[in-house]
Design a protein around this ligand. Structure first.
Ligand SMILES: Nc1ncnc2c1ncn2[C@@H]1O[C@H](COP(=O)(O)OP(=O)(O)OP(=O)(O)O)[C@@H](O)[C@H]1O
Ligand SMILES: [Mg+2]
Length: 529
C-alpha cells in the first residue's frame, strides 16, 4: 500500500534526554574553543598525523532514541503493509503479528481527509480486544486522533475515519448498506463460515477519491476454523504464496473478468495475494519461547495449523501427511519414454476428474496433468482427453469407473463404450469389496517418504491445482474412519485411487501379471490388479 512503509510508520517524537544533553555539551565546548586565543607553540607545532574519518555507532539505540511508535517486523509483516493488490490475505501461524499489522495498515491513509476505512471482527467480544490495541497504538502514531465510543470510530485531525465494527450473521451486512469505504479489513477471516460477508463488502469498496487513496481489502487469519475451506480456495490454492494473481472464482477456479457489455469486457478484474505468516517472523513473541512451547504441546493437526501455518491440514482430514513442500513438484516435460496412463471418475451433473500419471525410472508415481470439468458428455470428454494427451507419447492404458459399463436402461452403448469407440480407450476400475479401503491405504503408503530414496513415491506437479487442493482436505468418514467421507468432493480422489490401484511401474509395458510369481498376486490377470 505505501511506497515507503517505514517513512510513513516510523514516527519519531523527540530525541531522548541523554542525547539532548550530549548535544548541548558539545555546543558549550565549541563556544569555549572560539574564546581561546591560539599560542605560538600551537601555530608552530608540526602537522599532526590525520586519522581518516570513521562512522561511529551512536551509543544509544536509534529506534529507541527516535521513539519509533511502530516499525513493521522484517519479512511478511512488511510485505503485507506494502502490498498493492486489491485483496490480500496475511495468514498462517499464530502470533506472527498479523492483527497488529492489520491495525497499522490504515495508519497510511488516516491522515487523508477522504480516507474511509472499516475494520471488522466476527463478534463484538473479539472486536474489544482489537479496539484496545488500537487505543495503545493510534494516539501515539497520529497525535490528536479521536476515538468515539458511540460511533466506534477513529477520526484523525485531518478528518480521515476508521470504523471498527463487527459482522456476525450474514444479515449484519445491512449495517453497511449504502456506505462506501476505500479500505476494508477482516481480522481472522476463517471465522466467517461462508464467503458471503467478504463478497458483499467488496461491493462497499468504492470511493470518489480512489485514484489517490486506492481501494484495498485486507484480511488476516490462522488456518482452521469454519471458513478454512473457502478461504483456502480463494487465496491459497490459485497461486504459490507471496505471488500476485488475478482473482479467480472459487467454484470454477476461472479468472473473474469484466462482464459482457462493459468497456473492459473479458479483462481480469483485480489481483489477490496470499502472504504466509510464521511465529518466527515476530521477534516480540518468538523470543519469549513460552508461546512456541505452548503451540508445540497442541494435538498434531492444530500444531500444524497454528505453529507451522499449514493450510493443508483440516480437522478430521484423511491425509494429514500431505505436505506441499514434499508432495508438490515443479512441472516439467515428461520424457517420451516414461510410462504413462490415465484414470477417470466420471460424473455429468457433478464433476468429472481425469488424472494423467507417469512413472519415473526410480518408480516414483507422478501425477502430471488433471482435468476437472462439469456437464461434459462422455463423447465430448473423449475428444477433450485425446486432444490433451495428443503430444504425450504412448498412453499405456486408462482406467475408468467400472459403473460406466452399465447399460442404463436404454439400448445404446454404455458411456464407456461410447468413449472407447472414439478411440479414448479404457478398462474398468477395480470395484470389488474392500477396494476403496485398499486404495486409500495404497495412497498413504505412497505418500510416505521412502527411507531409501528419501522422497515419497507419489507426487503431483504444481499445475494439478484442484487435486492439490482436494486431497489434503478430504475428510475421514466419521462412521468408518478406515475410509474417506464419500459425501465430500472426491472425484479427483477417486480417479487417483483408480489409477494407483493399477499397481503402476516404470516397466509397465513389459509387465505380465500372469507371469508374476512372487510379491503380490494380481487378482485380475488381464489388467494386473
Ligand atoms: N511490528 C511490531 N511492533 C511491535 N510489536 C509487535 C509488532 N508486531 C507484533 N507485535 C506484538 O506481538 C503481539 C502478537 O501479535 P499479533 O496479535 O498481531 O499476532 P497474530 O498473528 O494476530 O496472532 P494470532 O494468530 O494469535 O491472532 C502483538 O500483540 C504485539 O504486541
Ligand atoms: Mg490475531
Amino acid at each position: 500500500m505505501s511506497k515507503n512503509v517505514e517513512k510513513h510508520l516510523s514516527l519519531n517524537a523527540s530525541l531522548p534526554s541523554g542525547s539532548k544533553k550530549r548535544l548541548q555539551k558539545s555546543k558549550n565546548s565549541k563556544h569555549k574553543e572560539s574564546e581561546h586565543t591560539q599560542t605560538l607553540a600551537e601555530i608552530e607545532a608540526p602537522p599532526v598525523e590525520t586519522i581518516p574519518a570513521q562512522v561511529v555507532e551512536p551509543e544509544y539505540d536509534v529506534d529507541e532514541a527516535q521513539e519509533v511508535v511502530f516499525k513493521p517486523n522484517e519479512g511478511p509483516q512488511t510485505s503485507f503493509l506494502s502490498s498493492s493488490e486489491r485483496e490480500v490475505l496475511y495468514g498462517g501461524a499464530a502470533g506472527g503479528g498479523k492483527s497488529y499489522a492489520m491495525l497499522a495498515d490504515p495508519l497510511h491513509g488516516l491522515n487523508d481527509p477522504h480516507f474511509s476505512g472499516l475494520l471488522v471482527r466476527h463478534t463484538t467480544e473479539e472486536l474489544r480486544e482489537l479496539i484496545q490495541k488500537s487505543q495503545e497504538l493510534y494516539p501515539r502514531a497520529i497525535p490528536g486522533i479521536k476515538w468515539s465510543e458511540r460511533k466506534s470510530q477513529w477520526t484523525s485531525p485531518k478528518g480521515g475515519r476508521l470504523w471498527m465494527s463487527y459482522l456476525d450473521k450474514d444479515t449484519d451486512v445491512t449495517r453497511y448498506q449504502g456506505q462506501a469505504f476505500n479500505w476494508i479489513g477482516f481480522d481472522e477471516l476463517t471465522q466467517w463460515p461462508t464467503p458471503y460477508a467478504w463478497d458483499y463488502m467488496r461491493s462497499r469498496l468504492r470511493s470518489a477519491h480512489s485514484r489517490d487513496l486506492g481501494l484495498y481489502m485486507r484480511a488476516t487469519t490462522n488456518p482452521g476454523g469454519a471458513g478454512h475451506s473457502w478461504v483456502k480456495k480463494m487465496f491459497i490454492d490459485p497461486a504459490p504464496s507471496d505471488k500476485s494473481f488475478w482473482a479467480t472464482d472459487i467454484e470454477s477456479s476461472k479468472t473473474i473478468v469484466y462482464p459482457k457489455g462493459h468497456s473492459k469486457e473479458g479483462q481480469p478484474l483485480f489481483k489477490r495475494r496470499f502472504i504466509p505468516a510464521s511465529l518466527f517472523d515476530n521477534p516480540y513473541l518468538a523470543e519469549e519461547g513460552d508461546y512456541e512451547a505452548m503451540l508445540l504441546s497442541l494435538p498434531e493437526h492444530q500444531r500444524k495449523q497454528l505453529l507451522e501455518g499449514n493450510w493443508d491440514i483440516n480437522e478430521g482430514a484423511a491425509f494429514t501427511e500431505f505436505d506441499r513442500s514434499i508432495h508438490v513438484i515443479d512441472s516439467f516435460e515428461v520424457p517420451d519414454n516414461w510410462a504413462k496412463f490415465r484414470a477417470c471418475d466420471y460424473g455429468y451433473g457433478s464433476y468429472t476428474g481425469v488424472l494423467w500419471f507417469t512413472v519415473s525410472p526410480d518408480e516414483q508415481l507422478i501425477v502430471y496433468r488433471e482435468m476437472y470439468v462439469s456437464k461434459v458428455t462422455a463423447s465430448d470428454l473423449a475428444d477433450m482427453i485425446l486432444e490433451a494427451e495428443a503430444k504425450d507419447g504412448g498412453m499405456k492404458y486408462g482406467v475408468l469407473d467400472s459403473s460406466l459399463w452399465h447399460n442404463r436402461g436404454d439400448t445404446g452403448p454404455s458411456l464407456a463404450e461410447q468413449m472407447n469407440m472414439k478411440g479414448c480407450r479404457w478398462r474398468p476400475s477395480d470395484r470389488s469389496r474392500g477396494s476403496r479401503i485398499a486404495g486409500k491405504n495404497e495412497i498413504h503408503r505412497r505418500l510416505k517418504v521412502d527411507d531409501f530414496l528419501e522422497k515419497p513415491m507419489l507426487v503431483f506437479m504444481d499445475n494439478c491445482r484442484n487435486t492439490i487442493s482436494q486431497i489434503p482436505s478430504i475428510p475421514l468418514d466419521k462412521k468408518n474412519p478406515e475410509d474417506v467421507d464419500t459425501k465430500a468432493e472426491d472425484h479427483l480422489y477417486d480417479a487417483l485411487r483408480y489409477g494407483i490401484m493399477t499397481r503402476p511401474r516404470s516397466s509397465v509395458w513389459d509387465y505380465n501379471p500372469a507371469k508374476q510369481r512372487s510379491g503380490f498376486q494380481a487378482s485380475d490377470s488381464t489388467f494386473g490388479y
